[in-house]
Design a protein around this ligand. Structure first.
Ligand code: PLP
Length: 443
């Protein structure tokens, strides 16, 4: 008998299963084909383990932190257990707090509101809008490269400082040198928030190993699409800040003082979670964290093999230009996200044709990262302001990748085989005979 060492990580070589793996979608020519989901970076499908866990919880579903009933107590325990699971998932310090939010955008806006007055913020202009836009005021500095961070921090007035860094680009999948950014930030006494929306679904994120102060993430990108995300990190600023929302659940005591209400706000994470908590979302997120945490090795092997296949295939498509922050380095560290432009090809039309004629789901546009996308298109020598993005995950297969590459070849060399028109700014097949699923078409 072999005994596992006490710290051994449970390893599985099997990929966790997702719902919808057997989904077929209609094409405009009347056929149905298996859906090639190459849009994980936008929203990932639900893990079967998450679906089952939600199903198991639903009979017990009741109010959280509010009820004496047994089901309420069970729901409250589920919610608080989820905090611990998320805390462990990101390797948080014992003293860190876990606030459940709706998603990464919500978590970053919460942190922005909780910053002590006179905090200087330094962020990168290539970030997703969720990490780009919440910071306002004269003490915000926007930089374009890690090389500019030291000087930007040097120029900050005295007072608290925060550096915003993205774990993996949602445009190119390139992984940022987070530990290097953190080291520079530390040198200037700054805190660091890591936007892990695109990194956390692909590999372990460890607050302590990366030496960051906060991590934010979204459940729907982590195969748990039930409306929960999280902000994890240092409790002090959050404890001192005004509540994100004013309302029930965030208060320790409210008293009528005649001319005004005397409110004593809770000191814990519930201070920023006013209103009825999303226990289903929190549980779903926690189960996704536990499930992914048992499968990292298999996930890495699966995604990196598909990513290599995808990039090699795309490189052979005539006129295709891959976008890159690092100037096209083929060996750089990446998660399974690739954006590209095709000479003479409208990204919206190509995406519509990939869906309508080939059953492939990709994203087109500027990916809520307008500055990054425009800059990278220019750097790649492409015209226009929009691109296509293929993103890999647990639902992706070799066949999906090969189908995308073959479909792009066909579209680039022969053009679409159907008619399309722009309707409300989106390319749409005309006519579009594809039937909606029965639960929609019956309405
Ligand atoms: N940060 C990154 C890197 C993202 O890719 C996204 C979403 O695509 C977000 C933040 C925002 O996530 P959400 O829409 O879940 O708030």
């Amino acid at each position: 008998m072999t005994l596992a060492t006490p710290h051994a990580r449970p390893v599985s070589h099997v990929l966790p299963r997702v719902t919808g793996a057997a989904l077929t979608v209609p094409l405009v020519d009347g056929r149905r084909v298996p859906y090639a989901n190459l849009d994980h970076a936008a929203s990932a499908p639900c893990l079967e383990a998450v679906r089952d866990a939600v199903d198991e919880l639903l009979p017990w579903y009741a109010s959280v932190h509010r009820g004496a009933g047994f089901a309420s107590q069970v729901s409250t325990k589920v919610y608080e257990r989820a905090r611990d699971v998320v805390r462990r998932f990101v390797g948080a310090r014992r003293t860190d707090t876990v606030v459940f939010t709706r998603n990464t955008t919500d978590a970053l806006n919460l942190l922005a509101r909780a910053l002590p007055r006179s905090t200087s913020v330094v962020h990168f202009d290539t970030d997703h809008h969720a990490a780009l836009l919440p910071w306002r005021g004269p003490r915000v500095r926007r930089i374009s490269s890690v090389a500019a961070l030291d000087a930007a921090l040097r120029s900050c007035p005295t007072g608290p400082r925060l550096v915003v860094v993205t774990g993996a680009s949602n445009v190119t999948g390139e992984v940022w040198p987070v530990a290097d950014v953190a080291a520079i930030a530390r040198h200037h006494g700054a805190r660091i928030v890591l936007d892990a929306a695109q990194l956390a679904p692909h590999r372990p994120v460890d607050i302590r190993a990366l030496d960051v102060d906060y991590v934010v993430l979204s459940g729907h990108k982590l195969y748990a699409p039930f409306g929960a995300g999280a902000l994890v990190g240092r409790a002090d600023w959050l404890r001192a800040a005004d509540p994100y929302l004013a309302g029930g659940g965030a208060t320790a005591l409210v008293a009528d003082r005649g001319s005004h209400l005397a409110v004593s706000w809770s000191a814990g994470p519930e201070r920023h979670e006013a209103g009825t908590p999303n226990v289903v979302g929190a549980h779903a997120l926690a189960v996704a964290c536990e499930t992914l945490g048992r499968h990292w090795d298999a996930i890495a092997v699966h995604e990196q093999a598909l990513l290599a296949r995808l990039r090699t295939g795309l490189a052979g498509v005539p006129g295709l230009r891959e976008l890159s922050l690092s100037g096209g380095d083929r060996v750089g560290d990446r998660v399974g996200v690739v954006s590209f432009a095709v000479d003479g090809g409208d990204p919206g039309l190509l995406a519509a044709a990939l869906s309508a004629e080939h059953g492939i789901g990709v994203r087109d546009g500027a990916f809520c990262a307008h500055i990054a996308t425009r800059r990278l298109l220019t750097a790649a020598g492409a015209s226009g302001t929009r691109a296509l993005r293929a993103s890999l995950g647990l639902a992706s297969t070799e066949e999906h990748v090969d189908r995308l590459v073959a479909a792009l070849h066909a579209l680039v060399t022969r053009g679409p085989a159907w008619n399309y028109a722009e309707v409300d700014g989106r390319w749409t097949p005309t006519p579009d005979p594809r039937p909606l699923p029965p639960f929609l078409s019956a309405a």
